[in-house]
Design a protein around this ligand. Structure first.
Ligand SMILES: [Fe+2]
Length: 450
């Protein structure tokens, strides 16, 4: 089981040795995520929401080679057909199951060969800012695909992955029970203010969709201290929430009908009436104080309408997570809800730490200035906001990361239990189409009036 480095950092140390350690550790997680899968599971059924795992792990290595070797150093690729197999921008999604992919053994050998070449160059070539960037880019890309492989395993009903201890693993937390905390009711009031939404140039790695911080005037609002729980969402389901069109937007109702959604996708009701939740390959009784998870944006929207609530905008979410008084009538921003220090196990459920979600009242040390809990980790949180570029957007070298997805995705914030601590921060924008239910996504709500 992977555990966070007890001395985990806000940003990766940028020596060649530390970058190499991070790349090796990320690769060990990727490999652990597929190690126990049978050959047919490595391909899996064709679904719009997942990739064949065999393709996905090869793609991760291809991406690393593309940026850290070909782009940065002008080196020739390992395979002449690498782009034709693994370039996600060029290989249509539904054709990835038909590719003549290398075997598992050959794929693993290719991945090791590429990683070895990257590590050799890291050791032998001076590291400048550009080189740091083009090693962090594939590192963070690999982190994101590790999370995708995890929800692929959930989607297909494969077992919870058991990740190996790795260099820097924190033995203290490896056997610790999941923290508890019960529910956490109530709202906090966030006063109006001019807030700088987005990332501020400070030398840290940042993706193009976070650039750059720009002022937004946010009216006062009340936002929940915690994410919506299973018990709260079950009340909506049990009240016939999925059967009443009045709670759904037109698009949401259309989605509900097409998806035949009657409840969250992994819920099942026993004859006794008790709700079960499928967690990877087995069912557990629905835990009332865990956040509702694997719900689409449409389901979140319908719940809000039923509850007389609304989703926060992404500016409201970021303000509730990041703002603290500067002392001169303005707001300063924290990198994380609890401050600027890196996450520890008492702050946030990240890095696969609890092997699943924890109760929404747990981890009070991670509260934001306003008292919102778990804005980092546990579950991604849908916001009301469409994924659009910030003013002055300019595309970064990895041009397929953000730009193709503007306009028809919704923004999610905060990261889930499978998200790596080195990846996430208050300004991080994730994005999915509003129909997705496979992601570890839940939501918190705002009052209709402040
Ligand atoms: Fe990718």
């Amino acid at each position: 089981m992977i555990r966070p480095d007890s001395k985990s950092r806000t940003e990766p140390r940028t020596s060649a040795a530390s970058l190499a350690d991070l790349l090796v550790e990320a690769r060990s997680v990727t490999l652990d995520l597929v190690a126990d899968l049978a050959d047919e599971q490595l391909v899996g059924p064709m679904l719009r929401i997942v990739n064949p795992p065999l393709w996905e792990i090869g793609h991760v290595a291809w991406f690393q080679e593309r940026w850290a070797l070909s782009h940065l150093r002008g080196l020739a690729p390992s395979r002449p057909d690498g782009d034709a197999l693994y370039d996600s921008a060029a290989v249509a999604h539904d054709t990835r199951w038909d590719l003549l992919l290398p075997s598992r053994q050959a794929t693993l050998a290719l991945m090791q060969e590429i990683l070895d070449r990257v590590l050799d160059r890291l050791r032998s070539t001076p590291l400048d800012d550009e080189a740091v960037y083009f090693h962090l880019l594939p590192l963070f890309h690999e982190y994101m695909h590790a999370e995708a492989l995890a929800y692929t395993r959930q989607t297909h009903g494969y077992p919870l992955p058991l990740l190996s201890p790795h260099p820097g693993a924190n033995a203290d937390t490896a056997t610790a029970p999941a923290p508890t905390g019960g529910p956490l009711a109530g709202d906090v009031l966030v006063p109006s203010g001019r807030f700088l939404l987005g990332a501020t140039p400070d030398g840290s790695f940042v993706f193009d969709n976070e650039k750059w911080a720009h002022p937004v005037d946010v009216p006062p609002f009340r936002i929940a201290r915690a994410a919506v729980t299973n018990a709260e969402f079950a009340a909506f389901v049990d009240d016939g929430g999925y059967a009443r069109e009045r709670w759904w937007s037109a698009a949401g109702w259309q989605w509900r009908q097409q998806a035949h959604a009657e409840h969250p996708v992994y819920w099942e009701r026993e004859v006794s009436g008790r709700w079960l939740h499928r967690r990877f390959d087995h069912h557990v009784a629905l835990e009332p104080h865990l956040p509702v998870v694997h719900v689409s944006w449409y389901e979140a929207e319908a719940y809000c309408r039923w509850a007389g609530r609304r989703l926060p905008t992404e500016a409201e979410w970021e303000m509730a997570a990041a703002a603290e008084p500067a002392g001169d009538g303005t707001w300063r921003k924290r990198r994380f809800p609890w401050g600027d220090t890196p996450a520890t196990p008492t702050h946030a459920n990240l890095d696969w730490r609890a092997r699943g979600c924890v109760e929404v009242g747990a981890l009070p040390a991670g509260d934001s200035y306003f008292g919102c809990r778990q804005m980092m980790g546990n579950v991604w949180e849908w916001t009301a906001t469409d994924f659009d570029p910030y003013p002055g957007f300019a595309v970064d070298p990895y041009k397929e990361y953000s730009q193709p997805w503007f306009g028809n995705h919704k923004v999610l914030r905060g990261g889930a239990w499978t998200t790596r601590a080195l990846l996430i921060r208050n300004t991080w924008r994730n994005f999915y189409t509003p129909d997705r239910r496979d992601v570890w996504a839940g939501f918190r709500t705002c009052a209709l009036f402040a």
